[in-house]
Design a protein around this ligand. Structure first.
Ligand SMILES: [Zn+2]
Length: 71
């Protein structure tokens, strides 16, 4: 009975008001386009994160090798 209006959010990409309802498939984005734009931003950020350091097998840099263990 209570005609509650759904909550509204602002699209993170274009700031357009988006109704928080099931029919809004791309919420909190207003459209698929805005969602993809945001994801693209994330991908760009990810490229700035350096990958794991390359392990040098020739030079482990660990003097306490397992060879010394009386196991
Ligand atoms: Zn938008």
């Amino acid at each position: 009975m209570a005609a509650q209006s759904p909550p509204q959010v602002a699209c993170p990409t274009c700031r357009k008001p988006v109704l928080w309802v099931a029919t809004e498939k791309f919420k909190p984005f207003c459209s698929e386009r805005c969602k993809l734009i945001d994801l693209g931003d994330w991908a760009t950020e990810a490229h700035k994160i350096p990958g794991p350091p390359v392990w040098d097998h020739e030079n482990p840099g660990r003097p306490d090798a397992d060879d010394g263990q009386p196991f």
